[in-house]
Design a protein around this ligand. Structure first.
Ligand SMILES: *Cc1c(COP(=O)(O)O)cnc(C)c1O
Ligand code: SF4
Length: 390
């Protein structure tokens, strides 16, 4: 078992006692207000000095923090075990000098988002759904983010005017069914701004679903308020896709946030990124996927292979290892707990499943399938006589 970060409920909740440097001091309850969580967290690279990092470590980070954004709410920082330099929470949020090492093959637009962007703030790669970027700001800036360069380049928040071309584009495409709010983190928007976006989209009759991709339930669960839930409820089916990467991120606060989202009537799914030394381990993944379902009620949807973003080679795991890890879980844990292992093709051609196939050979109606026992099993299709090549 991976121990949960302690959440001390006995201490005073006004935050007046103890050491109030971000990430330090264990005598507080969690401030319930998400704005306080942001204010008392790591707001920029300058705040790194207030964390228990060695002076030479801080010095080594100056260049990285000039290149990429740094931020983490107090809640997320409190999950870090500062005594462990390889702590999986710490490595997701504290900048590392390796981020400046660009390996051959890495690219600024790793999955071709820009190539498929017909208007600003929108990516259209699949026929029936688009990505919409209502903001380029996040509660936490993840070191592994595949969009980290766009977040620096664009760096803008919500603006109805900036979204106008994207709305016009969606309105002009009757084949669309789903709009996916991503970014940036859409849950960083104010409730009234989220409601405004929802109403704009609801008015387009071809749309059926509003989806949000967010790391807020992980890093800033206090933001998931009844007001946020109410802002999203309307004509469209709503799916919230969270982004938990490690079982230690599954805290009591995250459970409250996820319960609110489910009780709001939303589908709850999760996507994770496979990260070297953070979650590329059979036990960590088993616990993550089981607790997502059993504690949070969030179905593991995708496990992403780490994209070819620049400066991420230190976080990348071999594809074969990913396949082995995922294949190992099949049969051992509930089907509800199993995500699809996917990779986004670097040219922008979209996601492909990269898990190992059970099909070893196939000729006509005769198939050779690998079973859970690791052995080859023959399967003969039995079809109606008239069946031809359908
Ligand atoms: C990943 C992605 C989606 C969502 O794909 P699903 O398989 O439906 O989750 C949509 N548009 C773009 C551009 C994407 O990269
Ligand atoms: S919250 Fe999402 S978009 Fe923002 S830095 Fe993390 S992974 Fe990237």
């Amino acid at each position: 078992m991976y121990s949960r970060a302690p959440v001390d409920r006995s201490a005073d909740s006004d935050g007046s006692a103890g050491d109030d440097r971000p990430g330090l001091g264990c005598s507080h309850g969690e401030p319930p207000d998400w704005r306080v969580q942001l204010r008392e967290g790591l707001r920029s690279a300058a705040d790194l000095r207030r964390l228990p990092l060695a002076p030479e470590e801080l010095e080594a980070l100056a260049e990285v923090t000039a290149a990429y954004k740094t931020r983490a709410p107090r809640h997320y920082l409190r999950l870090v075990d500062w005594s462990d330099p390889e702590d999986p929470i710490r490595r997701q949020v504290i900048p590392a000098p390796e981020e400046l090492v660009v390996a051959p093959g890495e690219r600024p637009d790793p999955i071709g988002d820009r190539r498929h962007s017909p208007v600003p703030r929108l990516t259209h790669r699949y026929p029936d759904r688009v990505l919409l970027y209502p903001t380029y700001q996040c509660a936490v800036y993840c070191r592994f983010c595949f969009r980290k360069e766009s977040l620096v380049e664009v760096d803008e928040g919500y603006s109805p005017r900036a979204l106008r071309p994207a709305y016009d584009y969606v309105a002009a495409h009757p084949e669309l069914r789903e709009v996916i709010l991503t970014g940036g983190d859409p849950m960083m928007l104010r409730d009234d701004h989220l409601a405004e976006i929802r109403r704009r989209l609801e008015a387009m009759p071809q749309l059926r679903m509003l989806r949000l991709h967010t790391r807020v339930p992980v890093a800033l669960p206090q933001r998931v308020t009844p007001g946020l839930v109410a802002a999203l409820r309307g004509r469209l089916m709503v799916a919230v896709v969270t982004h938990f990467n490690h079982p230690r991120e599954i805290t009591p606060e995250a459970a409250v946030a996820c319960r609110r989202l489910r009780e709001g009537g939303f589908m709850l799914l999760n996507q994770s990124v496979l990260l070297r030394g953070i979650n590329d381990d059979a036990e960590v993944l088993r616990e993550l996927f089981q607790e997502l379902v059993y504690t949070l009620g969030a179905k593991p949807y995708y496990l992403h292979h780490c994209d070819l973003t620049r400066g991420l080679s230190h976080l990348r795991t071999p594809l074969e290892r990913g396949q082995r890890l995922v294949d190992d879980l099949r049969g051992r844990i509930s089907g509800l707990c199993q995500p699809t292992y996917v990779l986004d093709l670097p040219g922008g051609e979209g996601k492909v499943a990269v898990g190992v196939s059970a099909v070893e050979e196939h000729e006509g109606t005769r198939w050779i399938l690998r079973g859970r026992d690791g052995r080859r099993h023959e399967y003969d299709e039995v079809l109606p006589d008239a069946a031809d090549d359908r």
